[in-house]
Design a binder for this molecule. Structure first.
Ligand code: AHR
Length: 502
């Protein structure tokens, strides 16, 4: 990466123009029974940092530092073959099962009660998925009753007998996972799934009408059924669910860094298309209700390196799977995705970074050893910590560049939020691979605002990574290139930037 002459870009911040409140649930993540996410991730009895319940304190600390709001559980593809009853009661009596999704053996040492206990320690809200692959309405109702009913029934009393006196009080429920994907156990057509999701939702609402329910949308915008799937599912479920899911993963392909850094273009297209489809169904149904989006799986994932087509034949317990090691460019592309989620906060009301620990994750651990922050940890933690109040409508003006995948794309990608105390935080990505952006900020509407702090996440090597031995190689550092009159900040090539104004 060379450091050519700076290119001018500018944006205007005006608190009169807002998108929506910042949704805390944008900062959700995901814990699936997959690889080492649960076992040697959040849970490892015998580890020097394990607490009395076997949870790793180092991972709990990093989860809090990451600023996680909700955690989706227990899958993912895993949930479509899961029997939740296997994971409750005395550990010694819990069955070991084949997990068809990841060709592993599930020991069931951790189940819903342990997960909720972990959530309480981490200070996060649990978000539960029900199995609509191999199971259906009855199992979903049983799980809901077990989790949320105060007591006096067989299932709620079983929870109490298992040590959870208070109901788990889980509000958000996913009606299955990626049911549009042929890889899913119990994969269905849109009509088959839509009917099952509708009847499951209707029955769950008979227990608690105020639950927040999410129907499965498409597993990616590239699915052949994309669009038609959402329309058919929402025709069946419109009045019964609150949101439809989107899932998207991105990676650098064929050395095309320029397209990769612009991958949020696809996420934005995905969101707009699903909003348009949902509103179209709503219009046809003459409904005044609005369906929101739960972007409940998103991340950088080097799926092309995943050897899922040749799964292990020995059914290992918690094998290392999907352990991508992220570099600087991944973190910048990732920051761009976060900006897009925030910019769409009027309709994206929840999101889950997939996943939390070890499996395509911001936190990595060694079994029995250290835990550290991947490069992607930092944009997430900074956005979660500093985005509050309202998302402002910001329209950056920037030169563009040509990408092979998305055509002409702006070099600057940005959003801003305004906290209740009036402080404004700008989040900005420079997608240029060789030129800094000289970003001029018109903040006249803020009345003499100054830049009070600015950090940048960048590196001379766009492929620099953090490791257990060098955990802070890529981390946000103060950005010294700030001018005050006019307000101007220099954004290095391939960088994620956070700028505070007050
Ligand atoms: O997050 C990894 C996997 O990606 C999930 O299990 C699945 O839902 C998606 O395909």
């Amino acid at each position: 990466m060379s450091n050519g002459e700076a290119i001018a870009a500018h944006l205007t911040i005006d608190p009169a123009f807002t998108v929506a409140p910042v949704r805390r649930r944008t900062f959700g993540t995901f814990v699936e029974h997959l690889g080492r996410c649960v076992y040697t991730g959040i849970y490892e009895p015998g580890h020097p940092a394990a607490d009395d319940d076997g949870f790793r304190r180092d991972v709990l600390d990093l989860t809090r530092e990451l600023g996680v709001s909700t955690v989706r559980y227990p899958g993912g593809n895993f949930v479509s073959g899961y029997r939740w009853e296997d994971g409750v009661g005395p550990r010694s009596q819990r069955p070991r099962r084949l997990d068809l999704a990841w060709h592993s053996t599930e020991t069931n040492e951790v189940g819903v009660d342990e997960f909720v206990a972990w959530c309480r320690k981490a200070g996060v809200e649990p978000m539960m998925a029900v199995n609509l692959g191999t199971r259906g309405i009855e199992a979903a109702l049983d799980l809901l009753e077990y989790c949320n009913h105060p007591g006096g029934t067989t299932l709620s009393d079983l929870r109490i007998a298992n040590g959870a006196r208070e109901p788990h009080g889980i509000r958000m429920w996913c009606l299955g996972n990626e049911m549009d994907g042929p890889w899913q156990t119990g994969h269905k057509t849109a009509r088959e799934y839509g009917r099952l999701a509708a009847e499951t939702a209707r029955a769950m609402r008979m227990i608690d009408r105020d639950l927040e329910l999410v129907a499965c949308g498409s597993s990616s915008s590239a699915m052949p059924t994309f669009g038609a799937w959402e329309a058919a599912v929402l025709e069946e479920t419109y009045d019964l669910v609150d949101a439809i899911s989107c899932h998207a993963y991105y990676e650098e392909r064929d050395g095309d860094l320029g397209s990769f850094l612009a991958c949020s273009t696809d996420m934005d297209y995905f969101i707009r298309s699903v909003v348009a489809t949902a509103d179209h169904v709503g219009a046809r149904l003459k409904s005044r209700k609005r369906i929101d989006i739960s972007f409940d799986e998103w991340n950088i994932w080097y799926l092309s390196r995943f050897t899922g087509a040749e799964p292990p034949t020995d059914w290992p317990v918690a094998p290392p799977l999907l352990e991508d090691h992220y570099h600087l460019a991944d973190a910048v592309a990732f920051g761009g995705l976060l900006i897009t989620l925030l910019r769409n906060s009027d309709r994206v009301t929840a999101a889950s970074l997939a996943q939390l620990v070890n499996v395509i994750a911001p936190i990595m651990t060694e079994p029995g050893g250290r835990a550290w922050r991947q490069t992607t940890f930092h944009p997430f933690a900074q956005a979660s910590r500093h985005a509050s109040g309202d998302v402002l409508r910001v329209e950056p003006v920037s030169p563009t560049y040509e990408t092979a995948v998305y055509g002409e794309v702006p070099l600057l990608h940005a959003t801003a939020t305004r906290a209740r105390d009036g402080g404004v935080t700008l989040f900005a990505v420079n997608r240029s691979t060789d030129r800094p952006l000289s970003l001029e900020i018109d903040a006249r509407a803020l009345g003499g605002a100054r830049v009070t702090a600015a950090t940048t996440l960048t590196d001379a090597d766009v492929y620099a990574r953090n490791t257990a031995d060098d955990p802070d190689r890529v981390a946000p550092r103060p950005n010294p290139d700030v001018e005050h009159d006019p307000l101007r900040v220099l954004l290095p090539p391939v960088s994620w930037n956070v700028i505070h104004l007050s």
